[in-house]
Design a protein around this ligand. Structure first.
Ligand code: AMP
Length: 302
């Protein structure tokens, strides 16, 4: 398996009803790669500043992540994001974002990444997402995630890259913003019309829907009363989904649906802590055990 994740490695400051965290390791690529690496070796591409600590990178290395593509920009500062969640965790307000080195970076892939077959373009500038895809003409499968910041600010470039990917993973708010549709099934079908044949819409605690081969599929989230910080849950979902597909080297509908289940499980660990805290002590046995519990929540016998 050769899975490449492109996106942000960042410092996050987060306030939730479960507590606060200040300048902790975050970023779309960090969460996505961490979740993907449960399923096999994962490569990561992101610019960071001189303020990124070696300890953070070492932690990623120890979790099966190749960080050759994490490049330190001389004199630069790492992306900073600050956000606050409502008490219900349903609404998120971005209080501040400083893209810093992420505003415009060199997307040239390391030579040893050029054989990457599976690509997850986590949240980031559509121009950079496209530049990465263009260096991987022989890729097998590419998925893309995006967010309000890019939908509102870089729509033209985003539409272009949407035409180049096989899969799209967005949340309900982003799906509505992209399509102007309120009904999520209609939105998913419209999004497929933009290019990606596999469309996943995440709905937080209400789970996720998938439309692939024109067929809808839905899964509820793992139900928990132990939520501390939802940041990164969507990225973990996407990483585990792509990790499942890459690990099995199979893009059949059955495997994509299995990936939705693993995505749901990894997202559920993520929200139990700030930064990577909810994922740090998790083993693949824990993942499999929670997967069984999740299936137990939705299975019945008559
Ligand atoms: P999620 O909760 O899945 O939407 O992902 C949140 C992560 O995305 C945080 O760790 C942030 O550091 C990162 N992030 C926030 N805004 C941006 C942005 N405009 N581009 C890339 N990454 C971002």
């Amino acid at each position: 398996m050769s899975l490449l994740v492109v996106g942000s490695v960042a410092f996050d400051s987060v306030k939730t009803s479960g507590g606060t965290a200040d300048e902790v390791l975050g970023g779309s690529a960090t969460y996505c790669a961490y979740a993907a690496s449960f399923f096999g070796p994962t490569r990561i591409v992101s610019p960071v500043g001189e303020d990124m600590s070696e300890t953070h990178l070492e932690e990623l290395r120890e979790h099966n992540i190749d960080v050759t593509g994490v490049r330190v920009v001389p004199g630069g500062k790492t992306l900073r994001w600050s956000g606050r969640y409502s008490d219900s965790f349903l609404e998120r307000t971005t209080e501040d974002i400083q893209l810093n080195v992420f505003a415009d970076y060199d997307t040239t892939l390391p030579d040893e990444y050029l054989d990457s077959e599976y690509v997850f373009l986590a949240n980031g500038a559509p121009e950079a997402q496209r530049a990465v895809l263009e260096q991987l003409p022989d890729r097998k499968l590419a998925f893309l995630d995006t967010m309000n910041h890019w939908i509102e600010g870089s729509r033209g470039a985003l539409d272009e890259v949407l035409g180049l990917v096989d899969g799209l993973v967005v949340n309900d708010e982003e799906a509505r913003l992209l399509t102007g549709e309120t009904n999520l099934l209609t939105a998913a079908r419209r999004l497929a019309g933009f290019g990606p044949e596999i469309v996943v819409i995440k709905k937080g605690e209400h789970g996720a829907i998938l439309v692939a081969d024109g067929k809808p599929f839905a899964l509820h989230a793992w139900m928990t009363e132990d939520v501390r910080d939802p940041t990164g849950a969507g990225d973990c979902f996407g990483g585990a989904l792509m990790g499942t597909i890459a690990g099995r080297h199979d893009r059949s509908l059955a495997t994509i649906r299995a990936g939705i289940v693993y995505g749901t499980v990894l997202a559920s660990f993520c929200i139990e802590g700030f930064s990577l805290d909810g994922l740090r002590r998790v083993t693949m046995d824990d993942v499999e055990r929670r997967r069984e519990e999740l299936l137990g929540m939705i299975r019945w016998h008559e």
